[in-house]
Design a protein around this ligand. Structure first.
Ligand code: SF4
Length: 62
């Protein structure tokens, strides 16, 4: 499972708050998915982060 963040991110900070193991705010001020794949133990929170994004900028791919 991986995630992608598209350019509609508004830098609200929700996704790194919920799942900092997978998401961070990058140098450009936008969120990025910064690991190669989502480990099983954080999948629930990665999905929660995606579901919580106010602009639906995060896509989870299996
Ligand atoms: Fe950007 Fe969405 Fe993450 Fe907020 S939750 S920082 S809008 S990707």
């Amino acid at each position: 499972m991986i995630a992608t963040v598209d350019s509609s991110c508004i830098s609200c900070g929700v996704c790194p708050d919920i799942c900092p193991e997978a998401f961070k705010i990058g140098d450009d001020g936008l969120a990025e998915f910064y690991i190669d794949s989502i480990p099983d133990e954080i999948q629930d929170r990665a999905i929660e982060a995606a579901d919580s994004c106010p602009v639906n900028a995060i896509q989870i791919e299996k």
